[in-house]
Design a protein around this ligand. Structure first.
Ligand code: KG4
Ligand code: ZN
Length: 337
C-alpha cells in the first residue's frame, strides 16, 4: 500500500510516499526557518501563507522522486493535530482535495504518533517499547503498546525541552531555532562550569519541568551582564546540555525499569541532539536496554513519518471523512476516530 503523507503542523511543508509503513519512496521537506529567523520564532500567520505556497510543489516533488503519479497512490495521510491551527488547516484541506479528487482514503495522523514512527522507517522496529518524545512543543514519556495504542506516563508541566533549548539559545545570542547551535557550542564547552537546577515534579516522578532550567540560564546571563562579567557561551551551553541529559536519562531509565520495558526509543526534533544520543547510548549499554533513535533526517518534522504511521492507523480502520477538522491540541492517547 503506497501512502502519500502531508505534514504542515509548524514551519516545514512536507510530503512523502511510504510503502507499507516501512519503505520510504520519497521524503521532501520545504523549510521556512530562514524567514521565521528574522522574528526570533515561528510567526503563525507567515507559516500558514508559506504552506499554501509550497504544498502543491512539495507534493509534486515527492511523487516525482517516488517515480509515481497520483493515480498510483492508494491513500493520502495528513497531520491533523496537534500544531498551529492555521498551518494544520492548509495540509488538512489539501489532503481532503486529493482524497476527493482521486477517490482514495483520507487518513488522519497525530503528529506525535508520527514522530514515533520515524523509528519504524529508520530502524524497522515494532512495539511494544517505551519512548521519549522530545520536540519544540512536546516532552512526553510514552508507553507504545502497539502501533496505535499509547499511554502517557510522563509529560512536561511547562516548557517543552526544545522550547527551553531555543529560549536559552536566544538569550545567548544564537538565532532561531537555537537547539542545533546550542548542541554545537556544548561540544566546545565545559559541562561542569555552571551548576543548574534539575526540577522535580512532586506528584509524578516521570513528569518534567524545563522552565526552571531555562529561567536559571536566563538569570545567569542577566546577572553576569549586570556585573560586567563576560560569560563563555560554550560553557553555558555545555552545562545546560549536561543538565538536560541528566534529567532525561534519569527519568527515562527509571520509567523503563518501573514499567518493565527492555527497549527504549527516542523521537522528535531534540532526539537529534548529539549529547542526548551519546548519553542515552551509554546509559542503555550500562543498564542493558536496547536503544533506538531515528536517523537525523527523521528526527525533525517530515512527512515520511506521517505516511508511515498512517499505514498502521489505516489497518486499525482509522479513516476520516470530508468533515475532518484540524486540532491545535490533542493528547496522543485520545481516540478521535
Ligand atoms: O520535532 P520538531 O522538528 O518540531 C516540533 O514538533 O516541535 O522539533 C523542533 C525542535 C526545536 O526546538 C529545535 O531547536 C530542536 O528541535 N532541535 C534540537 C536539535 N535539533 C533540533 N535541539 C537540541 N539539539 C539539536 N541538535
Ligand atoms: Zn514535530
Amino acid at each position: 500500500m503506497k501512502i502519500l503523507g502531508i505534514e504542515s503542523s509548524c514551519d516545514e511543508t512536507a510530503a512523502a510516499v511510504v510503502e507499507d509503513g516501512f519503505k520510504v519512496l520519497s521524503n521532501e521537506v520545504v523549510s521556512q526557518i530562514d524567514e521565521h529567523k528574522l522574528y526570533g520564532g515561528v510567526v503563525p500567520e507567515i507559516a500558514s501563507r508559506r504552506h499554501c505556497e509550497s504544498i502543491a510543489g512539495v507534493t509534486e516533488a515527492a511523487l516525482k522522486k517516488a517515480g509515481l503519479t497520483l493515480d498510483e497512490i492508494d491513500a493520502v495521510a495528513v497531520t491533523y493535530a496537534p500544531g498551529l491551527i492555521g498551518a494544520l488547516l492548509v495540509g488538512v484541506n489539501f489532503a481532503k482535495g486529493l482524497s476527493l479528487a482521486k477517490n482514495i482514503p483520507l487518513i488522519p495522523v497525530h503528529h506525535i504518533r508520527g514522530h514515533i514512527a520515524g523509528n519504524y522507517i529508520s530502524n524497522g522496529i515494532k512495539p511494544p517499547f517505551i519512548c521519549m518524545i522530545m520536540s519544540g512543543g512536546h516532552s512526553h514519556i510514552v508507553e507504545v503498546k502497539s502501533y496505535t495504542e499509547f499511554k502517557v506516563i510522563g509529560r512536561t508541566r511547562d516548557d517543552a525541552v526544545g522550547e527551553a533549548y531555543d529560549k536559552a539559545a536566544r538569550a545567548l545570542g544564537f538565532s532561531y531555532p537555537g537547539g542545533v547551535q546550542m548542541d554545537k557550542a556544548a561540544a566546545l564547552g565545559n559541562p561542569e562550569a555552571f551548576k543548574l537546577p534539575r526540577p522535580r515534579v512532586e506528584s509524578n516522578e516521570f513528569d518534567f519541568s524545563f522552565s526552571g532550567l531555562k529561567t536559571a540560564v536566563l538569570n545567569l546571563i542577566n546577572n553576569s551582564a549586570q556585573k560586567g562579567i563576560k560569560l563563555n557561551k560554550n560553557d553555558v551551553a555545555a552545562s545546560f546540555q549536561k543538565t538536560v541529559c541528566d534529567i532525561i536519562a534519569e527519568r527515562l531509565i527509571l520509567a523503563a525499569k518501573k514499567y518493565g520495558y527492555k527497549t527504549i526509543v527516542l523521537a522528535g526534533g531534540v532526539s537529534a541532539n548529539s549529547g542526548i544520543r551519546k548519553r542515552m547510548s551509554e546509559e542503555c549499554e550500562k543498564n542493558n536496554f536496547k536503544l533506538f533513535m531515528p536517523e537525523i533526517k527523521y528526527c525533525g518534522d517530515n512527512a515520511a513519518m506521517i505516511a508511515s504511521q498512517a499505514y498502521f492507523e489505516f489497518k486499525d480502520s482509522k479513516v476520516a471523512g470530508m468533515d475532518l477538522n484540524a486540532l491545535a491540541s490533542l493528547p496522543i492517547d485520545e481516540e478521535m476516530f
